[in-house]
Design a protein around this ligand. Structure first.
Ligand SMILES: [Zn+2]
Length: 431
């Protein structure tokens, strides 16, 4: 775009060189170096314990990550990008395709690492506005079983009129296409793609896919919204998770209207962490649970994203959200102390007072019943679906409203939350 055209031009040259290399088969030798360590089976049980075998895998992944060899430092703050731009937009070049100003196109991204040796092509939707401005990106289904974001991307992209947009919007509805086809959170080798960003061209299959996606697509963004749902039979109230200590990220959160905002330090290896490190302010939008299309959650998410596009000045419309004030929360998970059948007494979005009954856990063998009560007054911002749980299972996520952006609050430190282990990695609790 106008604001960093030189930057993009240089990268596009590199991209072309990479594509030429790919075309010549120079990198094909790497494609057989897949580590089939998993049997492809999904892990459906709660794996939030510290002893999760993937924790060590994550540590390895973090060690092997390469720093992106560029620093994406926009000269103009995102919030001022439209106002500061003048003239007409430049053509947007991405993945070897060129999208002229005022046009929408569907192009595709193929990871350089393929499991079956057959190219897997992922659609990339691009709207290049007729006027200059920032490039806002949306990624969905980095976890292949998280469906709500796919529909959010579709709705937002098809609602945009290129002739009325300042800047560009890039939407990738299904990043983890292979997981999506199998209805799985993971890649076929059981790895969680969202623990491998920004990736490594010489690493595991997951690291290579992450590297390709990060460098060929994400590096073109000025800001990013990564769309997720709860995992392992848990659902989240539509909410933004963001590192509020980062001023650019904080600014981004203020554009979503009356959305719940949760301070959350990004886990290493997540797209949110890697992109923010590379100078691309990124937030996670969580809405609903996996393996379902939930229309209310989709609508709320779309409303938040379209409000942001308005707030950034990329589309001139009336405000979508009546009260544009974000609502900031601290949070704590309430865990089951006993195993058994979990039945909730509260619903997502409901308010609770300290001591209120959240749910019961009944031992199916001896009929012994225990109660889960809220240690705080607050709002249910995430919860498990009714299911059989093991002791330690994180069942209810209670949000506690705060007066202002809790920039200094580490959620775990403040609330004595035991959800995180020493590495900050808790599968299923982070995006
Ligand atoms: Zn996810």
């Amino acid at each position: 775009m106008q604001m960093n055209g030189k930057h993009h031009t240089a990268r596009n040259v590199l991209l072309l060189q990479l594509l030429v290399l790919l075309g010549s088969g120079a990198l094909l030798a790497g494609e057989v170096a897949v580590d089939p360590s998993g049997n492809g089976a999904d892990i459906r049980e709660d794996t939030t314990e510290d002893t999760d075998s993937r924790s060590s895998e994550v540590t390895v992944a973090v060690e092997n990550m390469v720093r992106p060899d560029y620093s994406h430092v926009p000269t103009i703050p995102l919030a001022d990008a439209v106002a500061a731009a003048d003239g007409i937009a430049e053509p947007l070049t991405l993945l070897g395709a060129t999208v002229p100003p005022g046009m929408a196109r569907r192009i595709s991204w193929s990871a350089t690492e393929l499991f079956e040796g057959v190219p897997v092509s992922t659609p990339v939707l691009v709207v290049n506005g007729v006027l200059p401005g920032p490039t806002l990106c949306m990624t969905a289904a980095v976890h292949g079983d998280e469906l709500n974001g796919i529909e959010m991307v579709r709705r937002v992209m098809h609602d945009l009129e290129p002739l009325k947009v300042s800047g560009a919007v890039i939407g990738i509805p299904i990043v983890n296409l292979q997981g999506f086809r199998r209805g799985s959170r993971y890649l076929p080798d059981r790895r969680d793609l969202n623990r491998y960003f920004p990736g490594n061209p010489d690493g595991s299959a997951a690291a290579r896919i992450a590297y390709s996606f990060f460098n060929e697509v994400v590096s073109n963004c000025d800001a990013l919204i990564d769309l997720h749902t709860g995992s392992f039979e848990r659902a989240n109230l539509p909410q933004i998770r963001a590192d509020l200590r980062d001023p650019d990220v904080l600014t981004l959160t203020q554009g979503f209207g009356s959305m719940v905002i949760l301070h959350s330090t990004p886990t290493a290896g997540t797209l949110r962490h890697a992109a923010t490190q590379a100078g691309i302010p990124t937030v996670t939008l969580e809405a609903g649970g996996p393996s379902q299309l939930e229309l209310n959650e989709v609508k709320l998410g779309v409303k938040g994203i379209e409000t942001l596009i308005n707030t950034l000045g990329m589309v001139r419309k009336t405000r979508l959200w009546g009260d544009p004030e974000p609502v900031y929360y601290r949070s704590s998970w309430v865990r089951a102390d006993n195993g058994g059948i979990l039945l909730a007494d509260v619903s997502l979005g409901g308010t609770v007072r300290k001591g209120d009954l959240l749910g019961t856990i009944t031992d199916p063998m001896n009929n012994a019943r225990t109660e889960l009560r809220s240690p705080y007054s607050g709002r249910i911002i995430g919860m498990a679906r009714n299911q059989v749980v093991m002791p330690g299972f994180a069942a209810f996520h209670v949000g506690i409203e705060t007066d202002e952006a809790p920039a200094d609050l580490a959620e775990d430190a403040v609330l004595g939350n035991k959800a995180s282990d020493s590495t900050g990695y808790v599968d299923g609790m982070s995006e």
